[in-house]
Write a protein that binds this ligand. Structure first.
Ligand code: FES
Length: 81
């Protein structure tokens, strides 16, 4: 697979408390489980000023708000195809 996913997880205190701690763990576990290290880059960001819609995660430049592990699973499953 030569596709790439760039995932930026907002680690500001609001997003972190609203679920991004678990979301980040979920993504890391998923990457490990499916051996996607070469295809998925994970980065953290500071508060992006959109706390009210959080937790926020940006994937390939697109902001996903109110993100849950269920939504993440859908996105990642789709990516694997
Ligand atoms: S903490 Fe994520 S947008 Fe503010």
């Amino acid at each position: 697979m030569d596709k790439k996913l760039n995932i930026t997880v907002c680690l500001g205190s609001s997003c972190f408390a609203r679920g991004n701690e678990e979301n980040l763990n979920f993504i890391e576990d998923y990457v490990e489980k499916y051996n996607l290290d070469a295809n998925i880059d994970i980065a953290g960001s500071r508060c992006e000023g959109k706390c009210a819609q959080g937790p926020n995660i940006t994937i390939n430049g697109i902001l996903h708000s109110n993100i849950t592990q269920e939504k993440l699973k859908d996105i990642l499953d789709n990516f694997r195809g």
